[in-house]
Write a protein that binds this ligand. Structure first.
Ligand code: G6P
Length: 608
């Protein structure tokens, strides 16, 4: 996730900007840069790679005297990590420098317009349009140019802006991306996150959507979107840096769980336009889709579990057979793929060794590769013909939560895209599916309200030795992930079974007090699922059922019943999994486990 800092005061800005950027490193980044403004105009220093490369390039900034500047760590979205794509970006006339966090959704149209007017683009980023729009609208009034520029932007942004004509000002503005203003006696700051400047001040102003801040060394003024002055109460922070990085949460895992409504919105909304799925940049043609005899989904770990959900959803929506494979198996089994096969690769990191090899193997056989990846410019993204990015931002906790959820959302988008292209479902059904997809973020936000209840329940289950998860269809696919979450972070032995398989073995493990979670959101199969629940309950199991109000579960059929909002059965997993993530988290918390870094596990498995 990109990080922004800005400093305006009496001391040289560069060392302070570098220090602030180093505090934002935890957010993940692939390049860094700063812009300084002084009497001689704007100077920009930036480079791909670690912050140390930039530090070395400018000798820690010790010979740069300017006292006003902005800095940025970039997490690539539009355009690969490179020096050119690093921020800050400058207007053609050199009068403006911009750092940006977020995604400008309408950048392609704006870029075309600006190019037609003679502006030259030096990067592949969405951000560069902002610098050129500022030049276009600037007639001597810095603030007015910023207001006119942001009025043209769609999507999410936090912007820090310098103007050479106003060397004693920084203007910052935000919509849907975080930005705070730090206040101190002889300096003022902007930052994406409090830790960036916490060693200099504990006094902050939080910008709301659409608000703008004008910083000088002497003070800060806030304005609303119409340019009216806004008065605001200062926020006094008493946390330490460590908890501030986690946004006040105890662990990155719970912070990332809570971010899910937001990242799903970011993943979904740019791809749904005027009631249609639009996959910018995907070159897969209708003819290629028509020829498909089979679609393969290949991935590891939780990404494989996403594929398991994807199978149900894509087959139901498109009637194309889907085979889901573990990368480590696929690569060694001489898979039957050819030029008429589509192989969908799912990977958060884009670097998982087995998945990358599976991709190369399928590609060598002529298959078309579409990957669903979170890290822009990663190896898997580079090797793929088509890439769909999940805009989850960097995930720091080893056990995935928000990346998994955005990958699930991509499965729905892909299924709907194929169904729309091949017209495999009636239009009304497709419209309803897309409406449900747009509703998911707010429904997940509802589910997150179950946190206190789950924390309470977790006290009871903290000392479990075994747990079993059962479900049917999508509920079964999600129970695989639910079970993995628990075992990864709490070290409790857990297994997931298709509920219909209970009688073929696992039921022999059920005895008094055995913990069983039944996922039962699929209305169509509810009766069958509840019979399975009764079977384990009759053998002494303690059962938690997660369902919705379309399924009738009697109070005596389960020990605990948790309701999630109703959505179509294909998407209900996106709600169930959030309950399961929180349950696993709070159980691990009660067991005092090292939640963000579970023993023996790695975030990115780059060896076989
Ligand atoms: C590791 C991570 C998992 C992840 C899996 C696949 O095991 O801990 O969270 O699902 O790798 O990683 P990928 O980056 O390919 O999604």
């Amino acid at each position: 996730m990109c990080g922004i800092v800005g400093f305006i005061g009496r001391k040289p800005a560069a060392p302070l900007l570098l220090e602030g950027l180093s505090k934002l490193e935890y957010r993940g980044y692939d390049s860094a840069g700063i812009a300084l403004v002084g009497e001689k105009g704007i100077e920009i220093y930036k480079s791909k790679g670690r912050l140390q490369i930039l530090r070395d390039k400018i000798q820690d900034g010790k010979d740069l005297p300017q006292t006003v500047g902005i800095g940025h760590t970039r997490w690539a979205t539009h355009g690969k990590p490179s020096d050119e794509n690093s921020h800050p970006h400058q207007s053609n006339d050199g009068n403006f420098a911009v750092v940006h966090n977020g995604i400008i959704e309408n950048y392609a149209g704006l870029k075309k317009e600006l190019q037609a007017e003679g502006f030259t683009f030096l990067s592949e980023t969405d951000t560069e349009v902002v610098a050129h729009l500022l030049q276009k609208y600037y007639k001597g009034d810095f603030m007015l140019a910023v207001r006119q520029t942001v009025a043209r932007l769609e999507g999410a942004y936090a912007l820090g802006i310098l103007c050479a004509d106003f060397p004693n000002q920084i203007i910052a503005v935000r919509r849907a991306s975080p930005l705070i203003v730090g206040l101190s006696q002889d300096a003022n700051f902007i930052a994406s996150d409090i830790p960036a400047v916490l060693s200099h001040t504990r006094r902050f102003l939080q910008l709301e959507d659409g608000e703008m801040a004008r910083l000088t060394s002497g003070g800060v003024e806030l304005f609303d979107a119409d340019g009216r002055l806004v008065e605001k109460q200062e926020l006094k922070v008493s946390w330490d840096v460590d908890s501030a990085e986690k946004g006040g949460y105890a662990h990155f895992m719970i912070k990332e769980i809570m971010e899910q409504p937001d990242v799903i919105r970011k993943t979904v909304s740019p791809r749904l336009k005027d009631g249609k799925v639009v996959l910018d940049g995907v070159k897969l043609t209708e003819e290629q889709l028509r020829k498909l005899k089979k679609l393969y989904i290949v991935a590891c770990g939780s990404a494989y579990h996403v594929g398991m959900v994807g199978k149900y959803v894509i087959e139901k929506m498109t009637r194309i057979p889907v085979e889901v494979d573990l990368s480590s198996e696929f690569r060694y089994r001489d898979p039957i793929v050819d030029k008429d096969s589509l192989v969908v690769i799912i990977s958060q990191s884009g670097e998982t060794a087995d998945t990358l090899e599976a991709l190369k193997n399928a590609k060598a056989k002529g298959a078309r590769i579409l990957s669903i990846v979170n890290v822009v410019g990663s190896s898997i993204a580079r090797e793929s013909e088509d890439v769909l990015y999940t805009w989850a931002g960097p995930e720091i906790c080893v056990a995935t939560t928000k990346a998994y959820s955005t990958q699930l959302a991509m499965m729905y988008i892909l299924a709907a895209y194929i169904a729309q292209t091949l017209q495999t479902v009636p239009q009304a059904q497709l419209d309803a599916f897309l409406d449900d997809l747009l509703r998911l973020p707010e429904q997940i936000a509802e589910v997150l309200k179950l946190a206190p209840k789950l924390q309470q329940m977790a006290q009871r289950y903290a000392y479990l030795e075994h747990a079993y998860y059962i479900g049917r269809n999508v509920d079964y696919a999600v129970s695989l992930e639910a079970s993995l979450k628990l075992k990864e972070i709490s070290y409790i032995h857990s297994e997931a079974y298709a509920a219909g398989e209970l009688k073929h073995g696992p039921i022999s493990l059920i005895e008094d007090g055995t913990f069983v979670v039944g996922l039962a959101c699929c209305e169509r199969l509810a009766e069958k699922m509840l019979s399975n629940v009764k079977e384990v309950k009759a053998r002494g199991a303690e059962v938690l059922v997660v369902t919705n109000d379309h399924v009738k579960v009697h109070a005596d059929e389960a020990d605990h019943i948790l309701l999630v909002p109703y959505t179509n059965e294909m998407m209900s997993g996106s709600l169930e999994v959030v309950v399961m993530q929180m349950l696993a988290y709070y159980i691990a918390l009660a067991r005092k486990c090292d939640i963000d870094k579970p023993r023996n596990l790695a975030k990115s498995v780059t060896v076989e």
